[in-house]
Design a protein around this ligand. Structure first.
Ligand code: GDP
Length: 191
């Protein structure tokens, strides 16, 4: 029985498996070059590949994590090219997504503005109970920071999002990002 499921989890590409093993579609959004691919590669492969090229199309990876309550969460991660030329396709891409991770680069105010655009898009087209995270990446580049931490915190709070700063380069907070998302997922009620 799936009456306890959220629309986001109970998606047409699978949704939750059962109360203990969740499967969720996660979409990544953000300006090109903010480090979306690097965050995913760090999370899935434990690597940082500085030669990683700018994303030119959607790619797909999955990774399962175990939580302390012995729940497992399998993230099916869609790394879009969140660029303008895909904007018309974006609503298709969000469909069935239980989680959206909106990424900006702390050294790029433009990317922070673009992140806010994606948040508005998600509010318009995403599932109403989508879990949204705002991620300030490249936190290792403190000396080049142009987006104050507090701006990220404030914007996320206003929009009901989880906020974290990460570095795909040093691995700082990357696993934490996905763990915190997992904890915030609506749980199907046991049948
Ligand atoms: P995407 O277009 O958002 O997928 O961005 P990429 O993952 O391709 O990364 C774009 C560039 O930023 C690459 O040259 C990466 O090496 C660099 N990069 C990504 N994450 C970090 C990070 O946390 N710190 C630093 N210093 N560079 C990063």
């Amino acid at each position: 029985k799936s009456s306890g499921l959220s629309g986001g989890l109970n998606s047409d590409n699978g949704g939750a498996v059962d109360a203990k093993n969740l499967r969720v579609k996660l979409v990544l959004l953000g300006d090109s070059g903010v480090g979306k691919s690097c965050i995913v590669l760090r999370f899935v492969r434990g690597q940082f590949d500085p030669t990683s090229k700018v994303t030119v199309g959607a790619s797909f990876l999955s990774q399962t994590i175990a939580l302390q309550d012995s729940t497992t969460v399998k993230f099916e991660i869609w790394d879009t090219a969140g660029q303008e030329r895909y904007a018309a396709l974006a609503p298709l891409y969000y469909r069935g997504a239980a989680v959206a991770v909106v990424v900006y680069d702390i050294t790029s105010p433009d990317s922070f503005i673009k992140a806010q655009y994606w948040v508005k898009e998600l509010q318009k087209h995403g599932s109403p109970d989508i879990v949204m995270a705002l991620v300030g990446n490249k936190a290792d580049l403190q000396e080049k920071r142009e987006v104050p931490v507090q701006d990220g915190i404030d914007y996320a709070e206003k929009n009901g999002m989880f906020f974290i700063e990460t570095s795909a380069k040093t691995a700082d907070n990357v696993n934490q990002l996905f763990e915190e998302i997992a904890k915030r997922l609506p749980r199907p009620s046991p049948s």
